[in-house]
Design a protein around this ligand. Structure first.
Ligand SMILES: [Zn+2]
Ligand SMILES: [Zn+2]
Length: 313
Protein backbone atom coordinates (compact mmCIF):
# COMPACT_ATOMS: atom_id res chain seq x y z
CA UNK A 1 0.00 0.00 0.00
CA UNK A 2 1.43 3.33 -0.96
CA UNK A 3 -0.02 6.09 1.12
CA UNK A 4 1.50 8.64 -1.15
CA UNK A 5 4.11 8.97 -3.79
CA UNK A 6 6.43 11.59 -5.00
CA UNK A 7 4.94 11.67 -8.43
CA UNK A 8 7.27 13.96 -10.25
CA UNK A 9 10.96 14.56 -10.24
CA UNK A 10 11.73 17.68 -12.24
CA UNK A 11 15.48 17.26 -12.21
CA UNK A 12 18.00 15.81 -9.83
CA UNK A 13 16.97 16.88 -6.41
CA UNK A 14 14.08 19.10 -7.41
CA UNK A 15 10.88 17.62 -6.21
CA UNK A 16 7.23 18.33 -6.42
CA UNK A 17 4.97 16.99 -3.79
CA UNK A 18 1.87 15.02 -4.56
CA UNK A 19 0.21 14.17 -1.29
CA UNK A 20 -3.33 13.11 -1.98
CA UNK A 21 -4.19 11.86 1.48
CA UNK A 22 -2.70 14.73 3.42
CA UNK A 23 -3.25 17.82 1.31
CA UNK A 24 -0.76 20.59 1.81
CA UNK A 25 -1.91 23.26 4.24
CA UNK A 26 -3.08 26.59 2.87
CA UNK A 27 0.24 28.36 3.38
CA UNK A 28 1.95 25.70 1.31
CA UNK A 29 -0.60 25.74 -1.48
CA UNK A 30 1.98 26.90 -4.01
CA UNK A 31 3.95 23.70 -3.59
CA UNK A 32 2.20 22.15 -6.60
CA UNK A 33 3.96 24.63 -8.85
CA UNK A 34 7.10 25.53 -6.90
CA UNK A 35 9.92 23.02 -7.06
CA UNK A 36 11.33 22.14 -3.69
CA UNK A 37 14.98 21.65 -2.93
CA UNK A 38 14.38 19.75 0.30
CA UNK A 39 11.82 17.27 1.57
CA UNK A 40 11.23 15.22 4.70
CA UNK A 41 10.53 11.53 4.16
CA UNK A 42 9.16 9.51 7.07
CA UNK A 43 10.79 6.11 6.66
CA UNK A 44 9.43 4.82 9.96
CA UNK A 45 6.75 6.48 12.06
CA UNK A 46 6.52 3.80 14.73
CA UNK A 47 7.40 3.05 18.32
CA UNK A 48 8.58 -0.15 20.05
CA UNK A 49 5.19 -1.67 19.13
CA UNK A 50 5.59 -4.27 16.38
CA UNK A 51 3.00 -2.55 14.20
CA UNK A 52 3.28 -4.08 10.72
CA UNK A 53 2.31 -0.75 9.14
CA UNK A 54 4.79 1.35 11.09
CA UNK A 55 8.50 0.68 10.98
CA UNK A 56 10.73 1.88 13.79
CA UNK A 57 11.51 5.58 13.95
CA UNK A 58 13.61 6.78 11.02
CA UNK A 59 13.45 9.93 8.91
CA UNK A 60 15.28 11.04 5.80
CA UNK A 61 15.84 14.69 5.01
CA UNK A 62 16.50 14.94 1.27
CA UNK A 63 18.33 18.01 -0.01
CA UNK A 64 19.43 18.45 -3.61
CA UNK A 65 19.15 14.69 -4.05
CA UNK A 66 21.31 13.88 -1.01
CA UNK A 67 19.92 12.03 1.99
CA UNK A 68 20.51 12.73 5.65
CA UNK A 69 19.05 10.07 7.93
CA UNK A 70 17.77 10.64 11.44
CA UNK A 71 17.53 7.52 13.62
CA UNK A 72 17.62 3.95 12.44
CA UNK A 73 14.66 2.05 13.79
CA UNK A 74 14.03 -1.49 12.56
CA UNK A 75 12.99 -1.54 8.92
CA UNK A 76 14.96 1.54 7.87
CA UNK A 77 16.78 -0.02 4.92
CA UNK A 78 13.72 -1.62 3.38
CA UNK A 79 11.67 1.55 3.88
CA UNK A 80 14.46 3.53 2.20
CA UNK A 81 14.23 1.11 -0.73
CA UNK A 82 10.45 1.60 -0.81
CA UNK A 83 10.76 5.39 -0.81
CA UNK A 84 13.32 5.14 -3.60
CA UNK A 85 10.88 3.01 -5.59
CA UNK A 86 8.33 5.79 -5.06
CA UNK A 87 10.72 8.25 -6.73
CA UNK A 88 12.53 9.83 -3.79
CA UNK A 89 16.14 10.56 -4.78
CA UNK A 90 19.19 10.05 -2.57
CA UNK A 91 18.10 6.72 -1.12
CA UNK A 92 19.98 4.22 -3.28
CA UNK A 93 21.98 1.84 -1.09
CA UNK A 94 25.25 3.56 -2.01
CA UNK A 95 23.79 6.88 -0.88
CA UNK A 96 22.91 5.77 2.66
CA UNK A 97 26.04 7.21 4.23
CA UNK A 98 25.04 9.93 6.70
CA UNK A 99 23.13 9.25 9.92
CA UNK A 100 22.17 11.34 12.94
CA UNK A 101 21.02 9.44 16.03
CA UNK A 102 18.74 11.16 18.54
CA UNK A 103 19.33 8.70 21.38
CA UNK A 104 20.24 5.07 21.86
CA UNK A 105 16.85 3.55 22.78
CA UNK A 106 16.57 0.25 20.93
CA UNK A 107 13.49 1.28 18.93
CA UNK A 108 15.65 4.03 17.37
CA UNK A 109 18.76 1.91 16.80
CA UNK A 110 17.73 -1.68 16.02
CA UNK A 111 18.15 -0.85 12.34
CA UNK A 112 21.72 0.31 12.92
CA UNK A 113 23.38 -3.00 12.04
CA UNK A 114 21.05 -3.18 9.02
CA UNK A 115 22.24 0.26 7.91
CA UNK A 116 25.88 -0.70 8.47
CA UNK A 117 25.79 -4.03 6.64
CA UNK A 118 22.97 -4.25 4.09
CA UNK A 119 24.00 -1.30 1.88
CA UNK A 120 27.58 -2.61 2.04
CA UNK A 121 26.53 -6.12 1.01
CA UNK A 122 24.66 -4.45 -1.86
CA UNK A 123 27.74 -2.56 -3.03
CA UNK A 124 28.18 0.58 -0.97
CA UNK A 125 31.88 1.40 -0.77
CA UNK A 126 31.70 4.64 1.22
CA UNK A 127 31.88 4.61 5.00
CA UNK A 128 28.79 5.27 7.06
CA UNK A 129 29.29 8.52 8.98
CA UNK A 130 27.31 8.72 12.19
CA UNK A 131 26.61 11.53 14.64
CA UNK A 132 25.07 10.60 17.97
CA UNK A 133 25.18 10.82 21.76
CA UNK A 134 27.80 9.36 24.05
CA UNK A 135 27.69 5.58 23.69
CA UNK A 136 27.36 5.66 19.90
CA UNK A 137 31.01 4.66 19.38
CA UNK A 138 30.71 1.81 21.86
CA UNK A 139 27.51 0.51 20.25
CA UNK A 140 29.16 0.68 16.83
CA UNK A 141 32.24 -1.19 17.99
CA UNK A 142 30.09 -3.91 19.54
CA UNK A 143 27.93 -4.31 16.42
CA UNK A 144 31.02 -4.69 14.24
CA UNK A 145 32.39 -7.24 16.72
CA UNK A 146 29.11 -9.16 16.74
CA UNK A 147 29.23 -9.57 12.96
CA UNK A 148 32.97 -10.09 12.62
CA UNK A 149 32.59 -13.58 11.14
CA UNK A 150 30.20 -12.23 8.50
CA UNK A 151 32.68 -9.48 7.63
CA UNK A 152 35.47 -12.01 7.32
CA UNK A 153 33.49 -14.46 5.15
CA UNK A 154 32.19 -11.73 2.86
CA UNK A 155 35.53 -9.98 2.34
CA UNK A 156 37.75 -13.06 2.16
CA UNK A 157 35.44 -15.56 0.49
CA UNK A 158 33.84 -15.85 -2.90
CA UNK A 159 31.52 -12.88 -2.34
CA UNK A 160 34.53 -10.58 -2.77
CA UNK A 161 32.81 -7.83 -0.81
CA UNK A 162 34.64 -4.52 -0.71
CA UNK A 163 36.60 -3.77 2.46
CA UNK A 164 35.36 -0.22 3.10
CA UNK A 165 31.57 -0.12 2.94
CA UNK A 166 30.94 -1.57 6.41
CA UNK A 167 33.28 0.87 8.14
CA UNK A 168 31.70 3.51 10.34
CA UNK A 169 33.06 6.92 11.27
CA UNK A 170 31.41 7.85 14.54
CA UNK A 171 31.17 11.30 16.04
CA UNK A 172 29.87 11.63 19.58
CA UNK A 173 28.36 15.08 19.63
CA UNK A 174 27.50 17.91 21.96
CA UNK A 175 24.74 20.49 21.36
CA UNK A 176 25.47 22.98 18.58
CA UNK A 177 26.24 22.76 14.88
CA UNK A 178 27.34 19.18 14.31
CA UNK A 179 27.42 19.02 10.50
CA UNK A 180 27.62 21.39 7.58
CA UNK A 181 28.00 20.89 3.84
CA UNK A 182 26.82 22.65 0.70
CA UNK A 183 23.26 21.39 1.25
CA UNK A 184 22.58 21.60 4.92
CA UNK A 185 23.56 22.88 8.34
CA UNK A 186 22.56 20.47 11.10
CA UNK A 187 22.26 21.68 14.67
CA UNK A 188 21.78 19.28 17.57
CA UNK A 189 19.85 20.48 20.59
CA UNK A 190 19.44 18.68 23.91
CA UNK A 191 16.01 17.30 24.75
CA UNK A 192 14.72 15.67 27.93
CA UNK A 193 13.96 11.99 27.62
CA UNK A 194 13.41 10.61 31.12
CA UNK A 195 16.45 8.86 32.52
CA UNK A 196 18.56 9.10 29.36
CA UNK A 197 21.64 11.19 30.11
CA UNK A 198 21.79 12.44 26.53
CA UNK A 199 19.11 12.75 23.89
CA UNK A 200 19.03 15.16 20.97
CA UNK A 201 16.65 16.76 18.55
CA UNK A 202 17.97 18.06 15.23
CA UNK A 203 17.39 21.23 13.24
CA UNK A 204 18.12 21.11 9.51
CA UNK A 205 18.66 24.41 7.73
CA UNK A 206 18.54 23.79 3.99
CA UNK A 207 18.60 26.28 1.10
CA UNK A 208 14.80 26.51 1.13
CA UNK A 209 13.51 25.22 4.46
CA UNK A 210 14.01 24.76 8.18
CA UNK A 211 13.09 21.28 9.38
CA UNK A 212 13.08 20.37 13.07
CA UNK A 213 12.90 16.79 14.36
CA UNK A 214 12.16 16.31 18.05
CA UNK A 215 13.42 12.79 18.63
CA UNK A 216 11.95 11.40 21.84
CA UNK A 217 11.34 14.04 24.48
CA UNK A 218 9.10 15.35 27.20
CA UNK A 219 8.02 18.95 26.56
CA UNK A 220 11.02 21.27 26.29
CA UNK A 221 11.34 24.96 25.40
CA UNK A 222 14.32 24.28 23.19
CA UNK A 223 11.94 22.92 20.54
CA UNK A 224 10.17 26.28 20.43
CA UNK A 225 13.50 28.07 19.94
CA UNK A 226 14.78 25.59 17.35
CA UNK A 227 11.59 25.83 15.30
CA UNK A 228 10.55 29.47 15.70
CA UNK A 229 8.34 29.55 12.60
CA UNK A 230 10.11 26.63 10.92
CA UNK A 231 8.69 24.96 7.82
CA UNK A 232 8.21 21.48 9.26
CA UNK A 233 8.22 20.41 12.90
CA UNK A 234 8.23 16.64 13.19
CA UNK A 235 7.33 15.84 16.79
CA UNK A 236 6.71 12.70 18.83
CA UNK A 237 3.41 12.48 20.71
CA UNK A 238 1.14 10.32 22.85
CA UNK A 239 -2.63 10.48 23.22
CA UNK A 240 -3.75 12.01 26.52
CA UNK A 241 -7.38 12.94 25.93
CA UNK A 242 -10.41 11.62 27.80
CA UNK A 243 -10.71 8.56 25.54
CA UNK A 244 -7.12 7.42 25.80
CA UNK A 245 -6.34 4.41 27.94
CA UNK A 246 -3.15 4.24 29.94
CA UNK A 247 -2.27 0.74 31.14
CA UNK A 248 -1.31 1.69 34.69
CA UNK A 249 -0.18 4.61 36.88
CA UNK A 250 3.40 3.43 36.35
CA UNK A 251 3.07 3.80 32.59
CA UNK A 252 1.44 7.19 33.08
CA UNK A 253 4.46 8.31 35.11
CA UNK A 254 6.77 6.91 32.44
CA UNK A 255 5.05 8.77 29.62
CA UNK A 256 5.06 12.03 31.57
CA UNK A 257 8.81 11.80 32.14
CA UNK A 258 9.83 10.51 28.71
CA UNK A 259 7.33 11.77 26.15
CA UNK A 260 5.02 14.62 25.07
CA UNK A 261 1.23 14.47 25.29
CA UNK A 262 -1.15 15.88 22.69
CA UNK A 263 -2.07 18.83 24.92
CA UNK A 264 1.59 19.52 25.72
CA UNK A 265 2.47 19.37 22.03
CA UNK A 266 -0.39 21.74 21.17
CA UNK A 267 1.10 24.25 23.63
CA UNK A 268 4.58 23.83 22.13
CA UNK A 269 3.28 24.24 18.57
CA UNK A 270 1.33 27.35 19.56
CA UNK A 271 4.62 28.95 20.59
CA UNK A 272 6.86 27.37 17.94
CA UNK A 273 4.50 28.30 15.05
CA UNK A 274 5.64 25.70 12.50
CA UNK A 275 4.14 26.05 9.02
CA UNK A 276 3.35 22.35 9.31
CA UNK A 277 3.29 20.19 12.44
CA UNK A 278 3.82 16.50 11.66
CA UNK A 279 3.07 13.91 14.35
CA UNK A 280 5.33 10.86 14.35
CA UNK A 281 6.30 8.17 16.87
CA UNK A 282 2.61 8.34 17.81
CA UNK A 283 1.49 6.35 20.84
CA UNK A 284 -2.25 6.10 20.41
CA UNK A 285 -3.30 4.55 23.74
CA UNK A 286 -6.45 3.15 22.16
CA UNK A 287 -7.63 6.27 20.34
CA UNK A 288 -7.95 6.56 16.58
CA UNK A 289 -5.66 8.70 14.48
CA UNK A 290 -8.52 11.13 13.93
CA UNK A 291 -9.10 11.40 17.67
CA UNK A 292 -5.41 12.05 18.27
CA UNK A 293 -5.43 14.84 15.69
CA UNK A 294 -8.57 16.26 17.29
CA UNK A 295 -6.83 16.30 20.68
CA UNK A 296 -4.20 18.55 19.10
CA UNK A 297 -6.67 20.68 17.16
CA UNK A 298 -8.71 21.34 20.32
CA UNK A 299 -5.77 23.45 21.52
CA UNK A 300 -3.84 24.34 18.35
CA UNK A 301 -5.28 26.04 15.26
CA UNK A 302 -2.31 25.52 12.92
CA UNK A 303 -1.77 22.93 10.21
CA UNK A 304 -1.18 19.47 11.64
CA UNK A 305 -0.96 16.02 10.07
CA UNK A 306 -0.28 12.54 11.43
CA UNK A 307 2.56 10.79 9.63
CA UNK A 308 2.58 7.30 8.13
CA UNK A 309 5.56 5.42 6.80
CA UNK A 310 6.68 6.77 3.42
CA UNK A 311 4.85 10.07 3.78
CA UNK A 312 6.72 13.00 2.26
CA UNK A 313 6.50 16.56 3.51
ZN1 LIG B 1 11.21 5.93 20.84
ZN1 LIG C 1 13.24 6.85 23.37
Amino acid sequence: MKRLMLSLVLSAGFLLRANAQHPAPAQESNSATTPRISEVVVLGSGTPNADPDRSGPAVAVIVNGHSYLVDCGPGIVRRAAAARRDGVPGLAMKDLTTLFITHLHSDHTLGYPDLIFTPWVLGRTGHLTVYGPGGTADMTKNILAAWKKDISVRTQGLEHANTTGYLVDTHEIEPGVVYKDENVTVTAFPVKHGSWDQAFGYRFQTPDRVIVISGDTSPVDVIVKACNGCDVLLHEVYASGPHSEMDSPQWEAYFKAFHTSTTELAAIATQAKPKLLVLYHQVFHGVSEGEMLQEIRNHYPGAVVSAHDLDVY
